[in-house]
Design a protein around this ligand. Structure first.
Ligand code: IPM
Ligand code: MG
Length: 355
């Protein structure tokens, strides 16, 4: 099979971790007789520096023409510390999501037995935790009208959701629950927010269509607490854009490292596969960042964009083996840390020998 992959490495550690994912994809392609064709394109601060736009039209075209997008990370401290910057790298990511119609961000939270000791939670709480966060990605406060008063002393960000936006993401939530353990948690703030009340109303209308699914409703503050206290109680969680952003960072660390969790963004056009962590500028160019979240994002790419489940499994097996043998970067094992590129080589090698 021909795999047309757009590669948007972005900023910070983006290029280093993407390189490792590409090594792994190439190894899988060699074993399985696929041909991967990569087209690189600019995004984030790198694109602002080069052409003044974090998601230029030329990059959008590359994404639209591809079968899948492999995305590294974006963000740069020079913009974080300048609240008045007119153009920001993050706007590129948000525009990409909007223009590609990527309304659903799937963030699987899975624990690895060999890493349980790295979790900030007690082993008995976290062992076996495995749930899917489905985050709405193209609506809500991220995309509502925003602005400042003339004197600059008042600011606002509107949170807007339409029935259509809510229905399509909830539908995905119910469908995933049906494929998994038939439990759906709808996370909102319906005791305060009107948008949340509309979410809950629509979820209640849809729930009878999925009689086998045990549908629960949970306020977001309570959900933040329960993820820490009883992570094993969750199966599929569906929520709006900003709640999902916050809860998935929280959920990711219970696995032991933020550097492990992949994500898939799906919707109307080409799907995007990216680690959930950021650009980690302090580590950029040092060859120390954990490439596993990006490598596992490539596994999701095989599964979701190409329907190649065996190929995805080959990657997951290699990752599990590297964790079991502790061939890992410094976030997991400071004393015997391997370099980013060494982990990438090891994984590709494992796939060539064992896949
Ligand atoms: C994420 C990130 C982004 C978001 C940032 C970089 C704009 O935190 O993908 O979770 O808030 O969506
Ligand atoms: Mg985030």
């Amino acid at each position: 099979m021909k795999l047309n992959i757009a590669v948007l490495a972005g900023d910070g550690i983006g290029p280093e971790i993407i390189d490792q994912a590409i090594k792994v994809v190439n190894a899988v392609c060699e074993k399985k007789g696929h041909e991967a064709i990569y087209t690189e394109a600019l995004t984030g601060a790198a694109a602002i520096d080069a052409v003044g736009d974090p998601y230029p039209e030329s990059t959008h075209k590359v994404c639209m023409d591809a079968d899948a997008v492999l995305f590294g990370a974006i963000g740069h401290p020079k913009f974080d510390n300048d609240p008045n910057a007119k153009v920001r790298p993050e706007q590129g990511l948000l525009r990409m999501r909007k223009q590609l119609g990527l309304y659903a961000n799937l963030r699987p939270v899975e624990t690895f037995p060999s890493l349980l000791h790295k979790s900030p939670l007690r082993k008995d709480l976290v062992e076996g935790a495995n749930f899917m966060c489905i985050r709405e990605l193209t609506g809500g406060i991220y995309f509502g009208e925003k602005g400042r008063s003339e004197d600059g002393n008042m600011a606002f960000d509107n949170c807007v959701y339409t029935r259509e936006e809510i229905e399509r993401i909830l539908k995905l939530g119910f469908e995933y629950a049906m494929k998994r353990n038939k439990k759906l948690t709808v996370v909102d703030k319906a005791n305060v927010l009107e948008t949340s009340r509309l979410w809950r109303q629509i979820a209640q209308e849809m729930a009878p269509n999925y009689p086998e699914v045990d549908t629960q409703y949970m306020f977001v503050d309570n959900a933040a607490m329960q993820i820490i206290q009883w992570p094993k109680n969750f199966d599929v969680m569906v929520t709006e854009n900003m709640f999902g952003d916050i809860l998935t960072d929280e959920a990711s660390v219970i696995t032991g490292s933020l550097g492990l969790l992949p994500s898939a963004s799906i919707g109307l056009h080409t799907s995007v596969f990216e680690p959930i962590h950021g650009s980690y500028p302090q580590a950029a160019g040092k060859n120390i960042a954990n490439p596993i979240a990006t490598v596992l994002s490539a596994a999701l790419m095989f599964e979701y964009a190409f329907d190649l489940k065996d190929e995805a499994e080959m990657i997951r097996k290699a990752v599990t083996a590297s964790l079991e043998q502790s061939f890992v970067t410094e976030d997991i094992d400071k004393e015997n840390a391997k370099k980013t590129s060494e982990v990438g080589d090891w994984l590709a090698d494992y796939i060539r020998k064992n896949g």
